[in-house]
Design a protein around this ligand. Sequence first.
Ligand code: ATP
Length: 379
Amino acid sequence: MTAPAAQELDELCFLSAQSMPSLKVSKHFQVLKLLGEGSYGKVMLAVHRKRGTPMALKFFPRQSTSLSSFLREYNLSLSYCTHPSLTRALGIFFSTPTYYVFAQQAGLYGDLYSVVVSEVGVDEHCVQRVMSQLSGAVTHLHSLGFVHRDIKPENIFLCDSACRWVKLGDFGLTRPIGSTVRAVWYDSPFCTPEVELGKEAEKEMERRQNEGIEEEVEDIWITVEPSIDSWALGILAYCLLTGCFPWGESTHDDRGYCRYKEWFDREAEKEEKMRGVEWGGEVDTDVYTIMEKNQKDNPPPSQFQGLSPLVMSLFKELLHPEPKHRGSPEEILSYLGGPWLMETEREERKKAEEAEKEARKIKEGAGVEELLREGRGER
Ligand SMILES: Nc1ncnc2c1ncn2[C@@H]1O[C@H](COP(=O)(O)OP(=O)(O)OP(=O)(O)O)[C@@H](O)[C@H]1O
């Protein structure tokens, strides 16, 4: 599957390189506002002057962007992002003296990052809605032979204010399944545990530089697998449910990750033992009750407090420390519909919400009182 996908994309890049026009942005588009900025460039909301079509124009500075990486991202978005929850390019690409530019469908309501940071945890139905769409989008991309490799809240754009329709974007790091890439470690839980070797190589490089040793450390290479996206989807689901990260980085010197890994290993051991046991007697049909009993035997670490046994089982799939045993994004679908929060947590959140509403009302009331006093000349 890998080779055809990579070859086909190379061919598209080769052909489009021959027909890239140079345009003056203001002649063809009315630029309305900045949608966002990333490490590679800026994204502006614009409308096509003749047609009035709204679009996101992604600007890549020519000084720091190779033509091949620009064309790869453009062609990927144009030809493979044919799922409603993937951000598709619109067939417009050009260069200016300073930028390479392509047009993409625009998410007009910001990205998921603003939602994660503004709430203590997104409503669980909304989380499931988002995860269900992303499951479809990522499965689609995998079926065409590509791994996104950069799933995070900043790259998920909102098509409405209630997160009913989201689109995964930014295909700058997307690569064909089976290709090899340098293991670049970065300081985030989204970076998979298998990249820890890259961190060690980086540390060793630093040590050698400090000691004036000239010999370079050999690069570590990893194969691009769909399991990279599964991991990111697991971290994303946690962020949405709680409004924070489960740990700092997925490495053995991070306490939060180690506590998760210990819990995970105990779970795996329990499952191994269960495999040998014959089920007898009456079968308890309430699967959630079984899961809850199970959770009491091996309670998850404190950062998972308030999360249901059902979503903990999903985390066991997506956040499996071993990439080859990690579940696929498609499996998210089997975990939808049931509770992802514990009843107690749901009640706590409801109470907090009501208290906040009440406080807002009092504040607004106080504001009105003040205005009335001012009107009566009492201030
Ligand atoms: N199609 C779009 N619709 C709406 N907003 C967008 C769109 N594309 C990008 N943005 C906004 O611009 C920001 C930067 O875009 P993008 O992630 O594509 O750039 P990048 O330079 O590749 O970023 P990164 O540093 O993550 O690699 C996003 O976080 C988002 O807020």
